[in-house]
Design a protein around this ligand. Structure first.
Ligand code: ADP
Length: 333
């Protein structure tokens, strides 16, 4: 490993991973996991705030593992595991709750957004950032690669780490104060309906959509009604916003020129995009099919990741219990 940084990041299995997740987070995760000691975990406790269907939660969780492995995650380089295989995080979350001002959670932008979208305002959703803090701190995380939408939550984590250290271990701090690594500061990629692509809006193109389903979704991307022969502004179009993710600089320039020249319709752009998506993920799709046929191997990867994660978590929890005064009469398992 090149330095002492510990990278941690959770992936929520609340639906099928989509192109927004890929370009906004996963691609960077895959790049980072080989360079630094990293813990990537599938946050199924978090997903429970919105998914109350056991079969769906199991499927989404395993799909995330398959997606990451198919997209190039190398389990010999870093750990990939299920959050529920480290249940100590819920214990740490409880301890952190006792240090969390309610006023801070009341300002939670993500909570307000989700409730505004119609999700039920349950206490899990409200307290989501504290479990996230526990997830980061329990592995001694120092760097958290996240989208700009997560900045506020990382600030809560930083506050909690500092407050824990001040309150319980002023002379020998337990937790490093983690730094966010903001990925793609400005880019928010549109979904089929032109709003932010999000599992919550049912407007996504999944990374592993293919065939008819992929075609149907690409063809359904909302465009304006400028006629085929008229010049078009590529920067105002949802199809072009997605093309930009896949295209080489030259391709991007050529297609933008074609938009501006007129005689190039949105249908042409959609065909181009469809081909780009298919080509980009073709080899990963094949790899995913192979992995899906070997579920035991995928479980082995998650088991090995969980064993490493438990070692790191137990180290920190030992110190947490010691410094908070939580007695335990039972021997440690
Ligand atoms: P969703 O909105 O689909 O539930 P998440 O909130 O789980 O997605 O997203 C996890 C990460 O994926 C975000 O922090 C961000 O980095 C990235 N991401 C998700 N949607 C988009 C998008 N439309 N554009 C850019 N990045 C995105």
């Amino acid at each position: 490993m090149s330095d002492e940084r510990v990278i941690v990041s959770g992936i929520q299995p609340s639906g099928t991973l989509h192109l927004g997740n890929y370009f906004g987070a996963i691609r960077q995760h895959i790049d980072l996991h080989k360079q630094h000691r990293s813990f990537y975990f599938i946050v199924n406790y978090h997903a429970l705030t919105t998914v109350h269907d056991a079969e769906a939660l199991r499927r989404y969780s395993l799909d995330v593992a398959l997606d990451y492995l198919a997209l190039g995650f190398d389990p010999s380089a870093s750990s990939l595991f299920l959050q529920s295989d480290v249940p100590q995080v819920t214990e740490l979350a409880w301890i952190l709750f006792t240090l969390t001002p309610v006023s801070q959670l009341e300002k939670g932008v993500a909570f307000k957004d989700k409730v505004a979208q119609g999700l039920s305002a349950n206490a899990g959703l409200y307290n989501y950032p504290v479990l996230q803090a526990a997830d980061i701190l329990i592995y001694g995380g120092t760097v958290v690669p996240v989208g700009a939408d997560q900045k506020q939550n990382i600030e809560i984590t930083r506050n909690l780490a500092a407050r824990f250290n001040q309150t319980f271990a002023p002379d020998d701090p337990v937790f490093p104060i983690p730094e966010p690594m903001i990925l793609d500061e400005v880019a928010v990629f549109p979904g089929i309906d032109g709003r932010k692509m999000s599992k919550s809006y049912d407007n996504t193109i999944a990374i592993f959509d293919e065939g008819k389903q992929l075609k149907k979704k690409v063809m359904a991307i909302v465009t304006d009604s400028t006629p085929l022969e008229a010049p078009k502004d590529p920067e105002a179009d949802n199809v072009f916003a997605l093309i930009k993710l896949f295209a080489t600089p030259e391709q991007k320039q050529d297609i933008a020129d074609a938009y501006r020249a007129g005689g190039y319709g949105y249908g042409h752009a959609k065909k181009e995009l469809l081909k780009m998506i298919s080509d980009r993920f073709e080899s990963c799709r094949e790899r995913r099919r192979e992995l899906a046929a070997r579920p035991d191997d995928v479980m082995d990867v998650l088991r090995q990741g969980a064993a490493e994660a438990n070692r790191a978590a137990n180290h920190f929890m030992e110190r947490v219990r010691e410094s908070t005064g939580l007695l335990r009469a039972l021997p440690r398992s």
